[in-house]
Design a protein around this ligand. Structure first.
Ligand SMILES: [Zn+2]
Length: 397
């Protein structure tokens, strides 16, 4: 059984032509119009829906494809929001097709996955097929900034109001199957010194120069501890000093300096524990400039790393469906994060899978390969039709 490729392409074109830039980005209009489209899509198919309004104009839409009585439930999840369109060299909402590619903001990340999921479910409904497992197809808001959409679903799962046996999270993986990925914790470190006239620097405490001690400490920490903590699928933890602010005038010794740390965690590391240890160590450091002290601020963002066992039925089933349609693709870990970790956190085995290459996501001429989108849709269809709740034999590729 195949999904009609023309139909997948048509749905993708329609999704891309509807702006859904996350309102947290410049010019962001939000996901409402895409949510309306998805809602009408399910309505036309006669499917029941759950609509979760999270903020004015921002809602998740979940379409429900029933299975036989007592069957399990599979969650297909994809985000509707995109990043900003500033600096793009193509019409972001033109959905132009050239050389087997569809161009536009979100084409790759991640409307291609959403289109593949919608077309797979539509194919089953139009053929009157009741799959062996119920399917919830969730189009969610706010993956690109704060994960509000998937977090609302995770809350429902935690509260026992929704129940899933497994989940597939759609992101551009080039049909690779992501079974583990990193998390992160982001926070500021302040160096607090003493400002004074720069002609008499010895009377002050230079916070910018003092910050060098904290940065050097983080480098030593990385050299000593990251490699031994490496995870077999996602590699070692990393950190990046991603921003720095300090100083008020050319002739003033800076009294404060702030750096932003983006620390990527591996499965098994808890973001708050990682942060807590760093806080303790950095704040008790001997500063590199006397009179400067270090203050490690509370994280402003945390996200969890995740991993699922290779013998989970969803891994086995999706891998078999994928290998039959797209041989040679891999089962791997990733360094980036996704909505999947929030589902794994509440006990749902979740994997990341979808058409498109992450290298084309967020770019000035974002595009996706249409053959790959159609193949992804076929693979999802096959997975829905063969998913069983019980584990299959362990077969690592
Ligand atoms: Zn994405």
């Amino acid at each position: 059984m195949h999904v009609n490729k023309d139909r997948v392409v048509e749905v993708l074109g329609q999704l891309v032509s509807i702006p859904s830039v996350n309102p947290g980005f410049p010019g962001g209009t939000g996901e409402e119009a895409v949510a309306d489209y998805v809602s009408r899509f399910f309505m036309r198919l006669g499917l029941e829906r759950i609509e979760q309004e999270l903020e004015r104009g921002r809602r998740n839409v979940i379409g429900i494809l029933p299975g036989p009585a007592g069957s399990g439930t599979l969650l297909l999840e994809a985000h509707m929001d995109t990043v900003q369109t500033e600096g793009m060299t193509i019409d972001p909402f033109g959905a132009a097709i050239r050389n087997g590619r569809l161009y536009g903001r979100g084409a790759c990340d991640t409307k291609a996955s959403l289109a593949a999921m919608l077309a797979a479910v539509e194919t089953l409904v139009l053929r009157g097929i009741v799959p062996p497992v119920a399917v919830h197809l969730a189009a969610v808001v706010d993956e690109e900034i704060r994960y509000k959409g998937v977090s609302a679903i995770a809350d429902e799962i935690k509260g026992g109001r929704l129940r899933y046996d497994a989940a597939i999270v759609g992101e551009p993986t080039q049909l690779d199957l992501i079974v583990a990925h990193k998390g992160c914790v982001r926070f500021h470190i302040d160096a607090e010194g003493e400002a004074c006239h720069s002609s008499t620097p010895h009377l002050g405490a230079n916070a910018i120069e003092g910050m060098m001690g904290a940065i050097a400490y983080l480098q030593r920490e990385a050299e000593l501890h990251y490699a031994p903590a490496a995870h077999p699928l996602v590699g070692p933890p990393t950190h990046c000093v991603s921003m720095i602010q300090g100083g008020v005038a050319p002739n003033t010794v800076p009294g404060s300096c702030r750096i932003t740390i983006d620390r990527r965690t591996v499965p098994g590391e808890e973001p708050m524990e990682v942060w807590g240890q760093l806080k303790e160590r950095v704040e008790s450091l001997e500063p590199s400039v006397s009179g400067v002290r270090y203050v490690v601020r509370e994280p402003f963002l945390i996200d969890y790393a995740m991993e699922v066992a290779l013998d989970e039925p969803i891994v086995d089933c999706l891998r078999h469906s994928r290998d039959a349609r797209a041989p040679g693709r891999r089962t791997i870990g990733a360094t980036y994060g996704s909505d999947a970790s929030k589902l794994v956190r509440v006990g749902v085995p979740a994997v990341v899978f979808g058409p498109g290459n992450l290298e084309q996501a967020h770019t000035k001429d974002e595009w996706v390969d249409l053959d790959e989108v159609a193949t992804a849709s076929d693979i999802l269809l096959q997975t829905i039709m063969t998913f069983k709740k019980t584990p299959g034999p362990l077969n690592v590729s």
